[in-house]
Every structure is written in C-alpha cells, then in structure tokens.
Design a protein around this ligand. Structure first.
Ligand code: LUZ
Ligand code: MOS
Length: 745
C-alpha cells in the first residue's frame, strides 16, 4: 500500500475536488490588461447587472492592509492606483457559479492610462529600477589574481524563464466559521505564510485563520509564495460576503497571472593558470525579478551561494542585481536561482575549453572541490563527494572510451553528430534565511495502537509523507501500516516554514523522529515495569516488545493500552531547528548550509544536422544521496528533476511581447513528455551516510535538476562536430530552432 494509491484510483482530493459547502460563491479575478500604467477607474455596473453576480471586490473592500509582500512589502493584493504587469489582480467577482463569475470578470471594465514598460533586466538596471540593493560575494583578491592568469576568457550567458506547470492550478476555498474565524483550504507550500498574510489583509489575528492543506497536485516552488494571493482573495470574499468562497484558476489564467523561474542575463570572466586550474572568477548576474520582490532577493542570494558550483575557485567576486521589470513577479522554482548561476560558470568553462582547444571535461575534473576547500562565502567543504562522484562516473561509463567512440561516429557520419558533456553538481541544503530552518511535528498514539503524525511538511507529490511515515515506523518499531500522516494544518503545527529548499523531509522528519522518540521512551519504561527489567533491556521491534533480545508476549497494542491505563501521555510534540548554521549578510560570509549534496552526470546527445532536431540519448548519473529514507521516491526525484531541467535548458521557451506572455496555453508551451524523457540511469553512492540529516539521509528535491545543464553543453559539443569554428552565444534554452541556426546560420 502506498500513499499514492488514492492518486491511481482517482480518489485523491485537490482543492477543486473538495465537497462544496452550501451557499458557496465562486470567484474570478479581473486583471490589468497593461504592463505599466495607472488605474483611473473600475466600472463594475455591467458585471453587477448579470444575474448571479453577487459582488465585485476591489482594494476599497479590504479591512486590513492591501499588502501581500512577504520579504519586501511591495505587492498589493488588488492594484489600487498603479499597474505593474499584465495579469496583476485588480478586482474579484463573486458569483453563484464559476461560469457566471468568469462572465462577470469579463464584464468589468478598467479605465487605464498606459506608460512605457521595462522588460529587460539590463535596461532596468541601467535605469536604476531595482527590487532592492545589489549584493556581492567576494573571496581573495580578484583583480590581482586576474593579472597573473595564463588565460582569461570573458562573455555573456543568459537563461530563460520556466513555467512550473503543476498539474493542479492555483486555488483555495475559504469557509467562514462562527466567531469571525475562517477555515482556509489552500493549495500552498507555505500554510503559515498564507495564514499570516490573510490575517494581515483581513485585519484579524492569526489564530482566527486555520489553513489546511491535504496535498498539492504539484508545486515545484510555484506555490511557495504565489499560492498566497488566491487564498487571501477567497478569505476576503468570505469575510465580506459571509459565505464560503472558492477560487480556482483556469490553466490559461494561471499561465498569465503567475510568475515563473527568473530569467538571468549575466557577464562572466574566468581566469586559469597554465595547468588549467581556476584562479579567478568574476560575474554579474542581472536577475529579471518582475514587478515585485516576491522571493527574488532570497533566490538571488542562493544564486550567489552557488556561483562556484562544485568547483574550487580561490578568487571570486560575483554580484547579483535584482532588476525590477513589468512582468509578473518571478518566483521560486526548483533550484531557486542556483541553476541560473551554475549555467553561467559552465558557459565560462566552455569558453575556456574553446580557447585552449581541449575538452571541457579536462577543466572540470581539474577543479573540483576537495575536503577543507573554501566556498566563496567562507564555508568549508565537508565530505565533498565532488571528486568521487565525478571520478566514479568517468570510470563506470568509461568516459574516455565514450569520447573516442563519439569522435569515430562523428568522423563516419556527415549529417548526424553526437555530443557529450559532464555536469558536476553541488547544492547547499538549508534555507539561506537561517530563521526558516525550523520544523515541528505532533504525534498521537491512540489507544488502539494506531498512530497519527502531523508535521509542517506539505505533500506535493514529492513523497515527503512516505518518508515521514518510514521515519515514524522506524523510531516506534511498528509496521508502517499502523501509522497515518495527516493533513498539514496551522492548528496542529504552528509557525511552520514553507515546504521548500529540499528540506521538507530533513527537518519535519527530524521533528517526527524526536516526537516519536519521546513517546517510545515512555512506552519502553512501561514495558520494563511489566517485565520487571531495566528500560535499557527493552526494545520494540515489528510491533512486539523485545526484552534482552528475546521477543515477549507483549504486543504493541497491549503496551499502548497499558501505558494509557497508567495515565501516561501518548502524545508528543517536537520542534527541530537545524544546528550550526549562520550567515552574515554584511560580510557575506558564514555557514548557511547544514551540508551539500554532490553528484555528477554525463549526458549524451545526437543531432540531425539537416533539421536541427536532437535526441537526448543517455543521462548517466552518480549521485550522493546519503542513506535513503525511501529509495524509489529518491529515484523518482532524480529522474523527474533531470527531465524538468531538460525542459528548462532545451525546450521551454518563454517570451513576452511588450509584457504579454506569448506562449500562454498548453498548445504553445511544451514541456518534456514521455517521448522526450531520455534513458536515465542513476547510481547512488554507497557508504555516504550523512551526519547532518535524519537517519543519515540527504535531501533530494532540487539537486538533480541541475544535472540537465550538461545537456546544453552536450548539444554544443555535437554542433561543433559539424561546425567546429562556430561562435556560440550562451543563450538557453537550446531549442531545435537555435540548433538549426547554429548549424546553418
Ligand atoms: N525557499 C526559500 C527556497 O525561501 N529559501 C531558500 O533558500 C530556498 N531554497 C531553495 C528552494 N526554496
Ligand atoms: Mo522551492 S524552489 O519552493 O524549494
């Protein structure tokens, strides 16, 4: 039995599947039609005349503050005066049915004055349009170091946006309760954020808002911050109307209204010595943040902290600039700024390899982190498996032999060329905002021996509940089928961090283990009393009390009942705060991460030189996964992460025309499907028990995404086999159209 069985049977409920309460109102959003300008008037008369339209809410209906910005207070729930992007919410239509609410929204007319918009991050930076100040991490003496380099290469690299395309679109349903309280079902990764912002907008205390999350139909970062506005709107509608309100975005709305992965445009300069060892690296990252901060500053911080990836570079200066443009605020997406920064360095490595006329792999292998090396922010690399995973990968798949085989193939074939690239990954685990690294769990053992575990973690298909279940079963010594992991609720576990930063199982799992351990201790003491022995001699294995290594006749259920009978607490709450992490934003130094995840991938591609089409033939990975809490879940995360990364690097092209999203439906926006999912094989390094996470495990969610960066460079490798002297602009995604232009342009 897996907790995903209900998915297969179609029984899993998402927001739009919840039973609809009586008197439910449906809400639809009215948005800005222009990218930049002023809102002069909102005319709701025609909409209100439609039968079934109940109310139209605007900024004027907000009893608290019209402000939903989390890190920086720069984002209104409903635009009051100024319009900053196409798709920015202006009003909310409440109606008796979803269809009528949409008709009502279409009937609201906005009178606007349009201004020129800014869409390019470099243009925004030149005009001083920033979300907040730029930041620079710095180690060594970069200027001096460049002056003594054997080779210095410079260039630009840019990577595009990416749509999250979670299967379940954004949505929420709010039920007004008695006493001015609200029950808010939200498809969010961050129930506490939704609770806090809703309370602020509604001008009620947080205790009056109960946010409940059963599961999400995918999120990928897209519901870390951007599930909030819709939840707040549903709650505001419930507060104003006194009726339950549901809002669920259509796919088309979701694509147009919500932010994406941040596009970055960057300058790089990389210096090497005569042994091809990195000496100095300088980069400026222009982040296209969109029209409001959202999580952009945190994402930029993670970019800076991953700008040297798995490499040792002694002299580094990297500056990140969060540029304010008239696009929907861009937001968290698996990798959280790290992929963008890693792409820049890999582009620089490519330039260096070109200049030297050698394989990129020679440079990569030469510069991987070793024990005790320093990251540019002063953290010491501890147990870095960068060299080991890279070497293991090269050996296991005979990369030298493979290179030769590819060269032979390319000599023998004129119109089909193969390419190869390797990609090492080093990803820091912990929220870069240290205070977010805390989690909670509440565990109840009931008198029939069944167990309910609640944590702050949100299940979004990543399998965190399976892991928590396994941890509880392990700690209590009972079969997993005696345990259930309940919904996530701000009433059972309070003040939670978003389920994000790959840390959901690490932190909530640790809290679960602590709570289970406390209950187990009480049970063991009772068992010792029953059997007249020391607690030390007692164990619980497979639901049976074991004394001195021998199974007794006392079963888990008896033990639980006897413990209850003795009036001993069968509930425990625990709080976990990741120890030993800190970061100083003044000096840009510290130990922001509990540990790093390492690994390496080899990606093989082949291109059709007449058409520009290509195949990803093979992805081979060696991944440092610690001791897995759920091996099939981890394998799934690696495979899914790689395929999602391939989408970003290769095929998902997002463009805007004057701020209007061009590919705004699934007929024009294409993500990898089963046919474009390559043959992926992942070997997990053994004996890499991690001392910094629960049961020696390692976080899995985000790191594999970045292996896919190798595919971009494998394609360049293949293109160069056809046109050796081609000058490449490092602009991702590498669509077949771009490949064709490079081959024949
Ligand atoms: N979210 C966040 C994240 O708020 N802080 C982080 O450091 C982070 N990292 C990865 C993904 N989401
Ligand atoms: Mo995130 S990108 O919500 O872990």
């Amino acid at each position: 039995m897996s907790i995903f069985d209900s998915h297969v049977r179609g029984e899993s409920q998402f927001i739009d599947d919840l039973p609809e309460p009586r008197h439910l109102l449906h809400a639809a959003v009215v948005v800005s039609p222009i990218a930049h300008g002023r809102l002069l008037a909102v005319d709701t008369a025609v909409a209100l005349a439609i039968e079934g339209v109940v109310r139209v809410l605007t900024a004027a209906d907000i009893s608290g503050v019209n402000q939903i910005g989390g890190i920086i207070e720069d984002e209104e729930l409903f635009a009051a005066n100024d319009l900053h992007f196409i798709g920015q919410p202006v009003a909310l239509v409440l109606a008796e049915s979803r269809r009528i609410s949409r008709r009502g929204a279409a009937a609201v007319t906005l009178e606007v004055e349009e201004y020129e918009g800014v869409f390019d991050p470099r243009e925004a930076a030149a005009k001083g349009l920033l979300i907040s100040g730029s930041r620079t991490i710095n180690i060594g003496d970069v200027d001096e170091a460049f002056s003594r380099c054997h080779l210095v290469v410079e260039g630009c690299a840019s990577s595009g946006a990416q749509e999250h395309l979670y299967l379940e679109t954004q949505g929420a349903m709010c039920l007004p309760l008695e006493g001015g309280r609200f029950l808010l079902h939200s498809s969010t990764q961050a129930p506490t954020v939704v609770q806090r912002i809703t309370a602020k907008v509604l001008a009620v205390p947080m205790q009056s808002i109960e946010v409940e999350v059963k599961r999400l139909g995918g999120a990928f970062g897209g519901k870390e911050d951007q599930a909030t506005p819709w939840a707040v709107m549903a709650a505001l509608g419930a507060q104003v109307s006194g009726r339950p309100v549901k809002i669920v975005l259509s796919r088309h709305e979701d694509l147009r209204f919500t932010g994406k992965r941040h596009p970055y445009s960057s300058d790089f300069k990389l210096g090497l010595d005569e042994n091809n060892v990195f000496v100095a690296y300088e980069a400026t990252l222009y982040q296209n943040s969109g029209a409001a901060a959202d999580l952009s500053t945190a994402i930029l911080e993670r970019s800076l902290l991953h700008s040297s990836n798995a490499y040792l570079i002694p002299h580094v200066r990297v500056t990140g600039i969060p540029c304010k443009t008239n696009l929907a605020p861009n937001t968290a997406f698996r990798g959280f700024g790290a992929p963008q920064a890693m792409f820049v360095l890999e582009s620089a490595i490519s330039e260096a390899a070109n200049a030297l006329g050698i394989d990129r792999i020679e440079i990569q292998r030469n510069n991987l982190l070793a024990e005790g090396d320093l990251f540019p922010f002063g953290m010491v690399a501890e147990n870095p498996h960068a060299r080991r995973s890279f070497a293991d990968l090269e050996e296991r798949h005979d990369v030298r032999g493979l290179r030769k085989e590819i060269e032979d193939f390319n000599m023998a074939h004129k119109l089909r060329k193969r390419g190869l690239a390797l990609m090492p990954v080093c990803f820091g685990i912990s929220f870069t905002s240290t205070f977010l690294n805390q989690a909670g769990a509440l565990v109840h053992v009931y008198t029939d021996g069944s167990v309910a575990v609640s944590t702050g973690a949100v299940e979004m298909g990543q399998g965190v509940n399976v892991k928590i279940l396994n941890i509880a079963a392990h700690e209590l010594g009972i079969p997993a089928d005696r345990i259930t992991v309940t919904r996530t609720s701000t009433t059972t576990v309070a003040n939670t961090s978003p389920t994000a930063a790959s840390s959901g199982a690490d932190m909530n799992g640790m809290a679960t283990q602590m709570a289970c351990s406390a209950i187990r201790k009480r049970l063991v003491d009772v068992a010792a009393e029953i059997h007249g022995c020391e607690s030390m001699a007692v164990d619980i294995v497979d639901g049976v009390v074991v004394v001195g290594g021998k199974r007794t006749g006392t079963l888990w259920n008896d033990l639980v009942w006897q413990t209850y009978f003795k009036r001993i607490n069968l509930t425990a709450q625990a709080h976990y705060a990741t120890p030993g992490i800190h970061y100083d934003r003044e000096t840009e130094t510290g130990k922001p991460f509990a540990y790093h995840v390492f690994g390496a991938a080899a990606i093989e591609v082949s291109i059709d030189c007449l058409r520009g089409t290509y195949d990803i033939d093979r992805v081979r990975i060696v991944h440092d996964g610690g001791r897995s809490l759920a091996p099939s879940v981890d394998r799934g995360q690696v495979e899914g992460g790689v395929v999602q990364g391939l989408g970003w690097m290769l095929m998902e092209e997002i463009d805007w025309s004057n701020g209007r999203l061009l590919a705004d439906s699934l007929s024009t926006y294409k993500i990898p499907d089963i046919h474009s999912a390559p043959d992926i094989e992942c070997v997990f390094l053994d004996d890499t028990a991690n001392p910094h996470a629960v049961l020696a495990s390692k976080a899995i969610g985000e790191p594999p995404f970045m292996y896919a960066i190798g595919a971009y460079f494998a394609l360049i490798d293949a293109i160069k086999a056809y046109r050796p002297d081609i000058k490449v602009e490092y602009e991702a995604p590498m669509t077949p159209e771009k490949v064709l232009k490079l081959l024949h342009g």
